[in-house]
Design a protein around this ligand. Sequence first.
Ligand SMILES: [Zn+2]
Length: 182
Amino acid sequence: MLSYTFSTMSGGKSTALLQQRFNLISIGKRVVVMTSALDNRYGLGKVTSRMGPQCDAELVNPETVFEMTEELRSADHLLIDEAQFLTKQQVKQIHQNLCAESGLRVSCFGLRTDFMGNPFEGSSALLALADSLQEISTLCRCGANATLNQRVDAHGSPVRSGDVVEIGGDGRYRPACPRCFY
Ligand SMILES: [Zn+2]
């Protein structure tokens, strides 16, 4: 079973992952946590919430191959943060090798689109293949539901081009509704 929980930047995805980990561990489940090596906001190998709690995580690179390892065989659940950075191939490996063929439960957490409104490779594959999809809703500054990530410069003006991945600049993004985004 593969699930994808998505939201905008600052939408509380990592908090949701940490809460799910806590819930699973409290009923005796064995949990493995992974996150992208691309995200080093809080130091490599950690899932951290603005709310405080954190946990260690194994790093995923674009070269990581998802197949059943000893560790995963003895786990009940795999949680993956920053899943938008997975490749399409990796999402297929997770869906087939871990979920369909081995019955592992995998919950991915990530963004839906980049600051130009395009899906990330991992998000696109997860939205297509996940057995279950959940959106964590966030609000735009105008009060409407935010579905997009607006990148802003130091003065708060929208930025519409540049590298897709500009990690570490949470303050450079704000959740936006389509009307404010465009
Ligand atoms: Zn708005």
